[in-house]
Design a protein around this ligand. Structure first.
Ligand code: AMP
Ligand code: GLY
Length: 426
């Protein structure tokens, strides 16, 4: 079969890599792809938001299955468009993707169906939001309602800070339209995990647990990014916590969406806070996590294609996923300046040597391949993922590989995996 993957980041490189191993797949395309993806798939110069262009490409090239990576085409309705044209596509449709596209939609759904989450209020007026912040006091969380590339959330330590952020979102409109509505939320404490699952609209097939690292610097300091590293499995998800997440969050959410008339076929990603074994939802996403996909998919045994097709067909019944018992740690290597402004075009050195190492996978995020060299082309440039018998061994492998790779201004966190170690030592 012919498969198209939509997207061009580390998540999509990992998806393309995994899909390329399926015995069913003959031709693999990626739009727009990146330097690393171009080695294993045909990269097509179509933007992820050019939905008509993507549909035309699929018709012209008789693509059998399209797999959508990022949230934006999903919230724009790529699945609805493709289905309307008789094209097979994997991902949540526009109505279901609101679970990520509108924080207010997600929170209202959780409230209505008693799915555990932080207390919150949504405001369209800056002054009412400010009054609520003053009333509630700090610490308090301020969120832009729409999509803001993972950067629309601030955990404010003081009322002053919360009010400043509120003005940046609602008055200065630093996130554009996403700042028309703001959500003010109770701060949750505990340990964060990403719990990501496939759904066929009725059933939930969970993937291995993982933990993301959003802040730019070690020890979770500095501003939030799209994600600077991840590991899988996350030891905070004990079998009992896993059971609670499925029973109290994942299954009720899929049922709630179906009951509301938005059956959810695709990937549901719950960003959770776990405190003393009790999971609560921070957010939902309508797609795989990036970088969580990297450590998750390198641990997944077997063929991904039948699972994607079963979701689309509404019949995940009987399917299971087996996970490699190894642990995986992914470290994201970023450009100087990220998550602020950064330069592009740096020459990446040492990739081949790192890639030759046993148990090491390198997935590109923002790179191009020109005249035999890989150049930096994004804030998050690439992720190094290493496997090991446990997290400690995986960390050692990953960091040994990362140390071989360099470009001008490269930076990365040195502590991905450390949180898991503290769990294992207890
Ligand atoms: P979100 O995009 O809503 O997941 O928020 C991004 C990040 O902000 C999360 O990964 C958390 O680290 C943090 N965050 C969001 N909401 C809360 C909350 N209610 N309490 C504490 N931290 C939060
Ligand atoms: N790594 C966080 C996300 O994909 O949203």
């Amino acid at each position: 079969m012919k498969v198209l993957v939509v997207g061009g980041g580390g998540r999509e490189h990992t998806l393309v890599w995994k899909i390329s191993q399926s015995p069913q797949v003959k031709d693999l395309y990626c739009a727009p792809g990146n330097g690393g993806i171009s080695k294993i798939a045909h990269c097509i110069d179509i933007e992820t938001t050019d939905l008509e262009g993507l549909a035309r490409f699929c018709k012209d090239h008789k693509i059998d299955l399209t797999v959508v990576g990022p949230e934006l085409p999903l919230t724009m309705g790529i699945v609805d468009l493709f289905q309307g044209e008789g094209l097979k596509v994997f991902g949540a449709n526009r109505a279901a993707a609101q679970i990520e596209g509108s924080k207010a939609f997600a929170k209202d759904l959780m409230k209505q169906y008693a799915i555990p989450t932080a207390e919150y209020r949504v405001f369209e007026s800056r002054d009412e939001a400010a009054a609520y912040i003053r009333k509630k006091g700090a610490p308090i969380v301020v969120k832009a309602d729409g999509l803001a590339a993972g950067k629309g959330v601030t955990v404010a330590e003081t009322i002053q800070e919360a009010l400043e952020i509120l003005d940046r979102i609602m008055v200065q409109r630093v996130f554009g339209e996403a700042g028309e509505r703001v959500m003010i939320e109770e701060r949750l404490v505990g340990e964060e995990v990403s719990f990501i699952a496939f759904s066929d609209g009725k059933r939930v097939l969970p993937m291995a647990s993982s933990q993301d690292h959003k802040p730019i610097y070690d020890d979770d300091k500095g501003p939030n990014t799209g994600g600077m590293g991840a590991y899988s499995p996350a030891p905070v998800v004990t079998p009992e916590v896993h059971r609670r997440i499925m029973q109290e969050i994942m299954i009720p959410t899929i049922k709630a969406l179906a009951a509301e008339g938005y059956p959810y076929q695709g990937v549901l990603y719950a960003g959770l806070m776990i405190q003393d074994g009790v999971p609560k939802v921070l957010e939902f996403n309508c797609r795989l996590g990036d970088p969580e996909t990297q450590p998750i998919l390198v641990r997944m045994n077997g063929d991904l294609i039948p699972i994607l097709e079963a979701c689309i067909g509404g019949d995940l019944g009987g399917l299971e996923i087996s996970w490699d018992s190894s642990a995986a740690v992914c470290v994201v290597m970023a450009s100087q300046g990220y998550p602020g402004a950064y330069e592009k075009g740096g020459i990446i050195q040492g990739l081949e040597e790192a890639e030759r190492m046993e148990g090491v996978y390198i997935f590109h995020a923002g790179t191009t391949h020109e005249a035999g060299e890989y150049l930096t082309n994004g804030g998050r440039v690439l992720g190094v993922t290493g496997l090991g018998k446990g997290i400690k061994e995986a960390m050692e492998t990953t960091y040994r590989a990362a140390s071989k790779i360099s470009w001008d201004g490269v930076h990365y966190r040195k502590d991905i995996g450390r949180k898991a170690l503290s769990w294992l030592e207890e």
